[in-house]
Design a protein around this ligand. Structure first.
Ligand SMILES: [Zn+2]
Length: 473
């Protein structure tokens, strides 16, 4: 775990305990992205560059360990202590004193702020949170009316701007998916935990079936879903299998055209934060497939996942977007022109009702928008997945001043730099012919426009890429 700012001894101890207990923390180290089979790649003319969508750096905020009403800090912590507690040096925490609920009023406050600021991202919905109850049935401790109202709030307020992901089934105990009950205690006295190595040595079908069960629970809620988040180390036992299982489960249960998942944190400035398009197949056919692995560029930047030790507001904002907009982790990644997905956990955002982490988040977003409004574009995780699938898998051929694209997937805001002197690019797809409109700078790009590139004689074109063949002349 990386810390990029001075932290108090208390926070240091809390963070160290969380790491040693091996619970919720996503590890990041050199070579964070997994070495898995990427599958097919198309021919790409070397003199054409696929740029960022609309020529802007994608920015997205990922929230882990959210669900309806249940405070995962309060309910997961005793289960983690029971499973791992003293044996791995984890410190007992005063979880009994933490609120059992993260109220819908906080979801509303958070969601409303994000709507006003244009924030988009990924919001987990753990479907059987810490074995407390089933979001698609009932949640003991809350009335059915309260559960229904909470789900309606997620549907109405969150889903327009946030992708919904299950984070496996419980985020604590592994469930026997034939009975719906937690697996019995292991012979060594331990428990099978979703983020604790159960997947080691499992087959593709076993992993895919487990993920499919989680996805089906979200489908039962009638919420849009095209991907999942792994609880911490789920899938560490077989990273390529996890990726293949993602395709099998997400396409099988949800029918999503471009499945995606979140598991990895890339926090080293020398490593790329670009999503990885994996196991691509049939890209020249009518039934292409792939899965997009989207990393974040920070671990939980607001503090310890359970909300017990939020990071100090001013220092944390400064270490991510400095007051003069010149430095900070998010600024550094923007300056590299690579996607900025940053991360927290919902109990951490709530911080047991203190408001500390939420203030840090609000400050970060306001500063990001103030300094970089013209250079970034807030996107949902599924929008980033779609763009990267198109970016990586579209065939690009240039010949005598004409560029031909063969796209397995459509993508709005598809943006290319072409090595042509042209004054009126025309995009042709089937019978549809569009003369692109000139704009004076890259900041003004939208679908159906073009501008001069920084490189003399090059142009940048931006249009809605359709599946199939498109020519630009
Ligand atoms: Zn999690």
């Amino acid at each position: 775990m990386k810390t990029e700012f001075p932290i108090s001894r208390r926070q240091f101890l809390a963070a160290a305990a969380a790491v040693s207990a091996g619970t919720m923390i996503r590890t990041s180290s050199a070579g964070s992205m997994p070495n898995v089979d990427l599958g097919e790649r198309p021919h790409r003319a070397s003199d054409v560059k696929v740029l960022n969508p609309y020529g802007r750096v994608p920015v997205s905020f990922f929230i882990d360990d959210s669900t309806c009403l249940v405070n995962m800090g309060h309910y997961c912590q005793p289960q983690f202590e029971e499973a791992w507690g003293q044996s791995k040096g984890g410190q007992p925490k005063p979880w009994r004193t933490w609120p059992r609920e993260i109220p819908d009023s906080f979801v509303r406050e958070f969601g409303t702020f994000c709507r006003e600021q244009g924030v988009k991202g990924k919001y987990s919905l753990v479907p059987y949170p810490a074995c407390v109850g089933w979001l698609d049935r009932e949640l003991p401790g809350w009335s059915r009316t309260e559960l229904r109202a909470s789900l309606k709030l997620v549907r109405d307020l969150m889903t327009p701007d946030w992708d919904i992901h299950p984070e496996m089934i419980t985020h604590t105990r592994v469930i026997d998916i034939t009975t719906g009950r937690p697996l019995p205690q292991r012979k060594d006295g331990g428990y099978w935990m979703e983020n604790g190595g159960w997947d080691n040595g499992r087959s593709l079908d076993e992993i895919a079936s487990y993920i499919a069960y989680a996805l089906q629970l979200i489908k039962n809620l009638d919420l849009p879903c095209e991907g999942f988040t792994t609880p911490g180390g789920f899938g560490n036992g077989g990273k390529s299998i996890l990726s293949q299982a993602a395709i099998q489960a997400i396409r099988g249960v949800l029918g999503a055209e471009i499945p995606h998942y979140f598991k990895y944190v890339v926090s080293d400035i020398n490593e790329s934060t670009q999503p990885q398009v994996e196991h691509a197949k049939g890209i020249a056919s009518n039934t292409p497939e792939c899965v997009v692995n989207i990393p974040t560029c920070t671990g939980d930047y607001l503090g310890v996942w359970d909300g017990s030790a939020p990071n100090p507001t001013d220092e944390t904002i400064e270490s991510h977007v400095s007051r003069d907009f010149q430095s900070g982790r998010l600024v550094d990644v923007i300056n590299k022109g690579e996607p900025v997905c940053f991360l927290t956990h919902w109990p951490d955002m709530y911080a047991n009702g203190t408001g500390i982490a939420f203030a840090t988040f609000q400050g970060t977003v306001r500063r990001l928008n103030a300094g970089f409004r013209d250079r970034i574009r807030w996107m949902k995780s599924s929008e980033i997945a779609r763009y990267w699938a198109a970016k990586e898998l579209t065939t690009i051929v240039t010949a005598s001043g004409e560029t031909t694209l063969k796209a397995p997937f459509a993508a709005p805001g598809f943006t290319l730099e072409l090595p042509f002197h042209t004054s009126a690019p025309v995009v042709q797809h089937g019978d549809s012919r569009t003369e692109l409109q000139k704009v004076s700078s890259a900041q003004q790009l939208s679908d159906g426009t073009w501008t001069r590139a920084g490189v003399e004689g090059h142009v940048v074109v931006c249009f809605k890429l359709e599946k199939g063949t498109t020519t630009i002349s």
